[in-house]
Write a protein that binds this ligand. Sequence first.
Ligand code: TYM
Length: 336
Amino acid sequence: PKRVLTGITTTGTPHLGNYVGAIRPAIEASREDANESFYFLADYHALIKCQDPAAVQQSTKEIAATWLALGLDTNKAVFYRQSNIPQITELCWILSCICAKGLMNRAHAYKASVDANMAEGEDADKAITMGLFSYPVLMAADILMFGASHVPVGKDQIQHVEMARDMAQRFNHIYGNHSSILTLPDYVVDEHVAVLQGLDGRKMSKSYGNTIPLFLPEKQLKKHINKIKTNLLEPGEAKDPDSSTVFQIWQAFATADQTAAMRQAFAEGIAWGEAKKQLFELINAELAEARERYNDLMERPQDIEEQLQAGAAKARAISEPLMAEVRQAVGIARLL
Ligand code: TYM
């Protein structure tokens, strides 16, 4: 069977980009009987960006409630919190010892921080922690610890999955003795909705502050959608769908027929206000029921915690035997 695994970092509130790029396809994949699914909250990754304990906790609660409200079946999928699986950080160290520093120098997140420092005339490594530098090693441990074969992610994460593959290959080469202890993962990117745009037309991202949070109350959702940047065309003037954020988000929620109809409406010069109103209705129809379940779950954190603990127990039943094999392969932890 396919083993599908993906995670979300527990900083901030889940947004439409996370939903379209990661959560929705992951929940769909978990419904296929041929798949085994592993979905988790990357809270150790959160510490790289956020040193506010209450904020990490709040985000963890929101993201967990989101998956559950959207109908993830935790009897079928293993749903857990990274920090409840100590074998992940254990494997992370072992991978650190076989991962070339030069590989990490090429990681996008680290390079972007270095470039930003240089642009400001600062020391290249200013405020860059070891956590940020070795972020892809921890992500590789997440993936390899569960023998994932398929990792559905947005485009920004492709490089990290490729790095995980490199590390698995290297580990097997050094320690595998002709067998594959670690499974080589492949990334899965849905080409239609790979990168959802935010309010300003750039990639929707917590770090750009341009997101539309997933479970905003209706009124607020409408307000946010009205803030999507558009060019200054009059009602009646033909609009170009392919350069429009409104259209791009429409596509991520619409059926093929609805997309064709909106394309036609753009050609006929639909007013921005009308297009946004229709976009609001489309998104709201998809999310309204889940929003109610979400609000309800947010009032019952003990239920969320129970689900996470049960998921962690299932996850550890898989990570510990593999970790025992890894320890043995590298010659640590026990003589016999
Ligand atoms: P994170 O938390 O930044 O994002 C979670 C997922 O959402 C996708 N995504 C988007 N997709 C489409 N359009 C957007 N605008 C958009 N913004 C975010 C991301 O590509 C990602 O799939 N390092 C990861 C979390 C992680 C992980 C893992 C993922 C940790 N370990 C192991 C897979 C496997 C991250 O920070 O994602």
